[in-house]
Design a protein around this ligand. Sequence first.
Ligand code: ZN
Length: 160
Amino acid sequence: MAAIRGKDTKPELLIRSGLHRLGYRFRVTRKDLTGKPDIVLSRLDAAIFVHGCFWHGHNCHLFRLPGTRTDFWASKISANQKRDETVRSALLSDGWRIATVWECALKGKARLDLQELLTHLTTWLEDDEGLFEIRGRDLPGAASSSMQAPKATEPNSSHR
Ligand code: ZN
């Protein structure tokens, strides 16, 4: 992984270039759409959000509530989650289909194979299912932290 450091491997760019390679054409961050989806495929009525697991409070190994200013972060993240919900409802009722790709599906130890992820995504794109979500694999034995139970454990604790 160190070899590709410095290259721009932001999660949404991985998705964009993958879709582009597969022949999909799309708009990026359409400001006129509710919630500014990261990728918009108008022909397929599809809006794709690439969500950072921290900012959107994902229940996964990448999310941990900070030990300092915990209340501040908890209320900020819970406000983000509420807004995500509002955005989803608004887009759905305008006839959009919505996919959420979580950061943990693209980076870190739970990430999926990029081709596999793109296959899931394009299968959904060609389908007519409304809501879709892609997240990282479940990690065996990993206790994921959540908003309700913040833990201050070290990521590589030695009980294994
Ligand atoms: Zn996640």
